[in-house]
Design a protein around this ligand. Structure first.
Ligand code: AHR
Length: 487
């Protein structure tokens, strides 16, 4: 079976923001995992862990969503600015019922973004906040010159306004964000959006509405119908669980073979969800002006035994790498509508890129998939014609004379081959890397941090007719970058 790659046509551009991430005040996702404070013995710059920042820079993290999640709907930004020792203590009622000191607030978030070179995506508090509170926060962040909130920001040490690129109005407003009905939420959204200050006329803030829970198609229908004209994007949340039972989701490691297959199959459901939600949006927005973003996705397992309840700490295995690859391949397929996604969550929480313990840090298999896929950022999707062999999933894109092909082999036991014939002659392999699992729950630990690392992928050949053949090991993800023949 040969897949013909339609390199003569230019597909949709893959927005780099598809590779976004999410960091919530949840467990050690921020405190300990990213932020340790200036006085910590862990190496840091202005309180941010240097190991974590450097690792995230390597994968070109483009955007980081903050402060939640459910936490966003209990967050009052004024409590998190000003001298750190005077900030108000708060109870994180959603996550572990712990008391936190608000040491990581707006200024620290933008400092983190500065170090990462990433864009801001802030989620407003719609559930328990007010329209005024939101308007003040945006004034605080984005207004230059003299104004009550700009003055307060300057008093707190930041002269220039920050760039706020993305702004979410509501998080899971159908659930923990207010138990709203879609008709009601659509009106609430309209009200908040109406008072969102657009201080930077050259770069208006991107307005993101709370979208559906999984397959709640009625939510999408009503919210886009009644509020679509006031939004730039709407966000879907979909998590991959091994079982259908939120009380017994399944373990991250040491799981039965059936749960390998259920996770692979459920990750693939993202395609159906995006197709159906997008079709509904087409009714009101046939031009596809409004984006369908997925600002929470990833695996969700039972918490690691012995960890703090509510901290959502889980290991990350080669199975998670499969889920990441499957999702990216689907997001690319829908690149005309999907412009931003955020995996949940960056460090120590759910499907994390990085795990930390005191001053140690390890990279997870998911981290390496982000690394393998980074050449797709900003490239144009290349459509493939032909039947994809069983257990394989792939994506292809081209930019700057380079064709990038990523493939995942989800088979537990079998090597599998894929053959591609690009319309144009791409003949020189520039780079070719893989990650491979030797068992279903292969993963890295603090004792053995290099069980899964990227290594050169050698089983790829291009013949004189430009036909590319790659043979993938079981449970592996590869990326091959090929350049055009020079005339
Ligand atoms: O990512 C964890 C939680 O999942 C988020 O806080 C919430 O939005 C979702 O239910």
């Amino acid at each position: 079976m040969v897949i013909e790659l339609m390199t003569e046509n230019s597909g949709a551009k893959i927005s780099k923001y598809i590779y976004g991430q999410f960091s919530e005040h949840l467990g050690t996702g921020i405190y300990g995992g990213i932020y340790v404070g200036k006085k910590s013995s862990i190496k840091n710059v202005n309180g941010m862990r240097s190991d974590v920042v450097n690792a995230l820079k390597e994968i070109h993290l483009p955007v980081l969503r903050w402060p939640g999640g459910l936490f966003a709907d209990t967050y009052h930004w004024q409590q998190g600015v000003g001298p750190q020792d005077k900030r108000q203590l708060i109870v994180n009622t959603n996550w572990g019922d712990v008391v936190e000191d608000n040491a990581f607030g707006t200024h620290e978030y933008f400092e983190l973004l500065r170090q990462l070179g990433a864009e801001a995506y802030i989620n407003a508090n719609v559930g328990s906040g007010t329209v005024q509170e939101m308007a003040d926060w945006v004034e605080y962040m984005t207004r230059s010159g003299k104004s009550p909130m700009a003055d307060l920001r300057q008093k707190n040490g930041q002269r220039e306004p920050w760039k706020l690129k993305f702004f979410g109005i509501g998080n899971e407003s159908w659930g923990g964000g207010g138990h709203m009905r879609p008709e009601y939420y659509a009106d609430v959204y309209r009200q908040y959006e109406c008072f969102l200050p657009q201080n930077n006329k050259k770069h208006p803030i991107y307005r993101s509405a709370c979208g559906p829970n999984v397959d709640d198609y009625n939510w999408t229908d009503k919210v886009v119908k009644y509020a679509g004209e006031y939004m730039d994007g709407i966000s879907l949340h979909y998590y991959t669980l091994p079982t259908n039972d939120w009380h017994h989701k399944g373990s991250a490691t040491n799981f039965p073979e059936g749960q390998w297959h259920s996770v692979i199959q459920k990750a693939g459901r993202m395609d159906e969800l995006l197709t159906r939600h997008s079709t509904i949006m087409d009714k009101y927005d046939p031009e596809k002006r409004i984006n369908l973003n997925v600002d929470e996705w990833g695996t969700w397992y039972d918490e690691t035994p012995g960890t703090h309840e509510g901290f959502l700490q889980q290991q990350n295995t080669i199975r998670d790498a499969m889920v990441a690859a499957i999702n990216f391949n689907i997001f690319h397929k829908h690149a005309d509508r999907v412009k931003l996604t955020c995996i949940a969550q960056t460090v120590n929480v759910l499907q994390a890129m990085l795990l930390t313990k005191d001053d140690q840090m390890i990279k997870t298999p998911t981290y390496y998939v982000f690394d393998l896929y980074k050449n797709h950022m900003g490239a144009n999707v290349v459509q493939g014609i032909g039947k994809t062999p069983k257990d394989l999933t792939y994506t292809a894109s081209q930019k700057d004379n380079q064709l990038t092909i990523s493939i995942a082999n989800t088979s537990i036991n079998d090597s599998n081959e894929m053959t591609f014939k690009p319309q144009m002659n791409y003949s020189k392999i520039v780079s070719s890397y893989e990650i491979v699992g030797n068992k279903m729950d292969a993963h890295n630990t603090f004792e053995e941090p290099d069980n899964i690392v990227e290594k050169e992928f050698k089983d790829v050949l291009i013949n004189k007719d430009g036909i590319i053949k790659a043979k993938l090991a079981p449970m592996s993800v590869v990326t091959i970058v090929i350049e055009k023949k020079k005339n």
